[in-house]
Design a protein around this ligand. Structure first.
Ligand code: ACM
Ligand code: ZN
Length: 550
């Protein structure tokens, strides 16, 4: 009946219809979206349906996971979903529910496996830390509304896609920093900052606690540090590089009590975040000098700084009292912070006062030092040796490299990656925080459209493009690069909302740089996942910068 042409046409038509039917019959598997991108996701057909009460099970012999079961239950409780936590015998993963378990076969320290079937959700890892990261990935598979009590009652039933996910980080050090000295932020905000870090599997919080413009941690032996040093009489208005200077005329202050510090350290620990406290020396120390003027070369008087920048007045390196003071301060600090690494600053220390100070010059002579730069390394070495007696290691800005270091010291490379490269080549451990990619106080878009910032330009895409391992390093040398960190200096950030605006979403790009294997980085794919992820940040009331993925 049909000519050959017609027959071919009909056959092709039938084939097309057949293929279309096949496609529409195969159950749709929507790609899951998690940030940072996991190493491996194998999606399966089907969903785990979560309704009413959720059972969370922990093996009887793994009771240290109970804390995580409680943590997970708070994720559901926000949405008024009841949870029921129980202990089960080893190997008896039978009923419907979420199982948290330690699996010694997973060897990497932070590795985890998340398996979701129609019946069970199993998070396994070699350590509780890995289980915690598994919980964060599971959390991102739940509707964003679960993050917010006001919206969570809209949730009736949750469908979680079936999958097998294997995951571990590319870098061991995944950090965020916050300067609480230029501006002070309350305990509640520090907790929120830590929560956001945890959501993105970041694990080190560098807490910049002392500065020219304010001393922000209670030290019992030196009450004037907070009575005097935590308050400046006024604050600069506008940009620090524009003269004549104008000030607001209003006193500004704040500090954390030791009790608050303990509370925050515990909060971080529960989220597998190590807090590295920074006590700045020998520079950036005017707040301490205002409190104890005898610690400066001239004897003062000094004022807590009211504008931004680098100041000539620094701790006197020739005065024994200074070392006694810093050792006492650090003794209290290490009682509060279990971190092996203690940050001692070391950056931007002018030598102006030391050049004229008889005590400093005397020290140079007695110690046979070449100049004031060697005096600075003498200073850092003394502090390092003191901390070593307490079983702590120093970490400092890359200036601490000048003059040599013990192998235990870690270098934070901020003036580009050069300091980090030099450090790795002499087998010092390195954290990369170059201004070009990791300074989240820089502009993130055209300054004409942005609130006042210090300068620079670090877009989301630029952060995402960052490779913490510079080309200059051999494979062996690159092992000394532990990771990277986003720095949030707050001269121009007066409020928590503004900190969030500057840190997010750039911190999320950095989190993916540090977690996901480099060969899997894909900026377009990242931004697509980010668009959805930002709904979650909305639910957590994060005031992130919306422009990059609008
Ligand atoms: C720094 O930004 N001064 C470490
Ligand atoms: Zn001096």
């Amino acid at each position: 009946m049909h000519n050959p042409k017609q027959r071919i046409f009909i056959q092709v038509l039938i084939a097309i219809l057949f293929i279309q039917t096949m496609i529409s019959c195969s159950p749709e598997v929507k790609p899951v979206q998690i940030i940072p991108q996991p190493v491996k996701i194998e999606q399966k057909n089907g969903v785990y349906k979560l309704r009413g009460e959720v059972s969370i099970m922990v093996s009887a012999e793994q009771q240290d996971l109970m804390g995580l079961a409680n943590y997970l239950s708070t994720v559901f409780e926000t949405a008024n979903i009841k949870t029921n936590i129980s202990s089960i015998d080893a190997g008896s993963q039978k009923g419907k529910g979420i199982y948290l378990t330690i699996d010694p076969n997973l060897e990497r320290a932070e590795e985890y496996k998340l398996e979701i079937t129609r019946k069970r959700i199993i998070i396994s890892a070699a350590s509780a830390r890995g289980v915690f990261y598994g919980i964060q990935s599971l959390r991102q598979l739940l509707p964003a509304e679960i993050e917010n009590e006001a919206f969570a009652n809209q949730i009736r039933e949750i469908e979680i896609p079936c999958l097998v996910l294997k995951d571990y980080p590319a870098f061991a050090y995944r950090g965020m920093h916050l300067d609480v000295a230029r501006h002070f932020f309350p305990v509640s905000f520090i907790k929120k900052y830590l929560d956001l870090m945890a959501l993105h599997k970041m694990n080190h919080f560098h807490w910049h606690l002392t500065e020219d413009q304010g001393w922000r941690i209670e030290i019992k032996q030196y009450p004037r540090l907070t009575q005097i040093g935590s308050i400046r009489k006024e604050t600069l208005i506008g940009h620090g590089g524009v003269q004549p200077f104008q000030f607001d005329g209003k006193p500004y202050g704040g500090y954390y009590t030791q009790e608050e510090v303990r509370e925050i350290v515990k909060y971080a620990e529960d989220r597998f975040i190590t807090i590295i406290p920074e006590i700045e020396m020998p520079g950036h120390s005017r707040a301490a000098l205002a409190a104890y003027p005898e610690l400066g070369c001239t004897g003062g008087p000094y004022e807590v700084a009211t504008r931004w920048g680098v100041f000539d007045d620094v701790f006197c390196a020739g005065n024994e009292k200074v070392f006694g003071f810093l050792e006492n301060v650090l003794s209290e600090v290490i009682e509060l912070f279990p971190s092996k690494l203690i940050h001692i600053g070391g950056d931007e220390c002018p030598k102006t006062r030391w050049k004229k100070c008889p005590k400093c010059q005397d020290r140079i002579k007695k110690e046979k030092l070449a100049d004031e730069y060697e005096l600075q390394s003498y200073f850092i070495h003394r502090i390092e040796n003191f901390l070593l007696t307490k079983d702590r290691n120093i970490i400092g800005w890359d200036e601490i490299l000048e003059g040599g270091l013990t192998p235990n010291a870690t270098v934070m490379s901020w003036r580009g990656t050069e300091g980090g490269i030099a450090a790795a080549k002499v087998k010092q451990q390195v954290i990369m925080t170059p201004g070009s990619h990791c300074y989240f106080d820089h502009y993130q878009a055209d300054p004409a459209t942005q609130p006042l910032a210090i300068g620079g330009m670090t877009t989301l895409e630029k952060v995402y493009s960052f490779n913490p391992i510079p080309n200059e390093l051999t494979r062996e040398e690159s092992e000394y690069v532990l990771g990277a960190q986003g720095n949030v200096w707050t001269e121009y950030m007066k409020t928590p909302a503004h900190v969030e605006y500057m840190a997010y979403p750039r911190a999320i790009a950095l989190a993916e740089v540090l977690w996901t294997p480099r060969e899997q980085h894909n900026y377009v794919d990242f931004t697509q996942r980010l668009i959805k992820h930002l709904n979650r940040l909305d639910m957590i009331n994060v005031n992130y910068f919306k422009e990059p993925v609008k």
